[in-house]
Design a protein around this ligand. Structure first.
Ligand SMILES: [Zn+2]
Length: 322
């Protein structure tokens, strides 16, 4: 399949593949078209080809097939061990610390409750607690059975299950959903559930990839790192996520772009793999490669230089009740 990587719906070229027109997971729209094919270039959980489709009404990308009922297959055993490290694949805490401090300062009350959706072993909640002595209750909601004991040992309440299933009378002053919304089958439902759980003055901190970024366009047909195939189900840009949040009763209080240098690094390493220069396999995922930290540092510097004027590949939203 030789397609021009510059093909872009916004330039008036409607890209379609076969006659497939799967329904969009946000509103069930049928005005969708094929956008790109992609593979698991990080963990090589399988050799199968996945497709990303675009909903022209919602302006989102979504994966086909969406294997929401086969999470054990698409999340390899070594996945969470990376994600739970401070220097792991989602190194979100250091650059978000100041934002969490600022957010907590803006929320009234002597005793604050904080919920981390997809919080794993609770290491981010540890940091939230250290940001303010007013944080008196911390709750993790996560599907990871292995993380439960660690989270409880750290003093966090833990619900083993999805946020859609989580039932409580408690309302939360701060809800974190970091790198989460793109992993769920029904982002609108998750946002409505979060809105339900929020106090009147509460805030929600959400991070998610931006498919309008330069690297997303350059590597659209090269399994862009932000696809995180097949683990990212739905991808947004600034406008489309803002609209979804508003539809869910939440308004954007603040927004910023953030760099994701690992997306660039993945692309370079995958290009080297295709040239036969390096080996990346299920046994040796891309994050193990010795070149990975070097590339990541280089692209971090590149993205830092672009940051003042570019739409970078990660987005940070603070939301509140409308
Ligand atoms: Zn749609």
């Amino acid at each position: 399949m030789n397609r021009n990587a510059n093909d872009d719906d916004q330039l008036g070229t409607l890209v379609t593949k076969d006659s497939l027109s799967p329904a969009c997971p946000i509103r069930g729209c049928t005005d969708t078209s094929w956008y790109a094919d992609a593979h698991d270039i990080e963990y090589h959980t399988s050799d199968r080809t996945y497709s990303f489709h675009k909903c022209h009404r919602c302006d989102v990308l979504f994966i086909v097939p969406m294997l929401w009922d086969r999470l054990g297959e698409i999340y390899p055993k070594n996945y969470y061990s990376y994600a739970s490290k401070k220097t792991g694949i989602i190194p979100r805490q250091r650059s978000l610390d100041w934002l969490i401090v600022k957010l907590l300062a803006s929320i009234p009350g002597d005793r604050l409750s904080v919920l981390d959706v997809g919080g794993g072993s609770g290491w981010i909640l540890d940091q939230v607690k250290s940001c303010s002595p007013r944080v008196s209750f911390t709750q993790c909601v996560d599907l990871d059975e292995g993380a439960q004991a660690q989270a409880v040992a750290r003093g966090h309440a833990y619900y083993l299950g999805s946020i859609e299933q989580f039932e409580t009378d408690r309302r939360f002053d701060l809800v974190l959903a970091l790198g989460l919304i793109e992993h769920v089958r029904d982002p609108a439902l998750v946002l409505r559930r979060i809105e339900d759980l929020l106090t009147a003055h509460g805030r929600v901190l959400i991070t998610t990839p931006n498919f309008d970024a330069l690297d997303a366009r350059l590597f659209r047909h090269r399994s862009w790192g932000g696809y995180h195939t097949p683990r990212h189900f739905v991808l947004f840009n600034r406008q489309s996520f803002t609209e979804l949040a508003e539809q869910s009763g939440l308004g954007v209080v603040s927004f910023s772009y953030k760099q994701a240098p690992w997306y660039w690094s993945l692309a370079v390493l995958d290009a080297m793999r295709r040239l036969g220069l390096i080996e990346i396999s299920a046994q040796r995922p891309v994050y193990h490669h010795p070149l990975y930290p070097l590339l990541r540092a280089s692209f971090a510097a590149f993205e830092f230089a672009r940051a003042p004027f570019a739409q970078l590949s990660y987005m940070v939203f603070t939301l509140g009740r409308r």
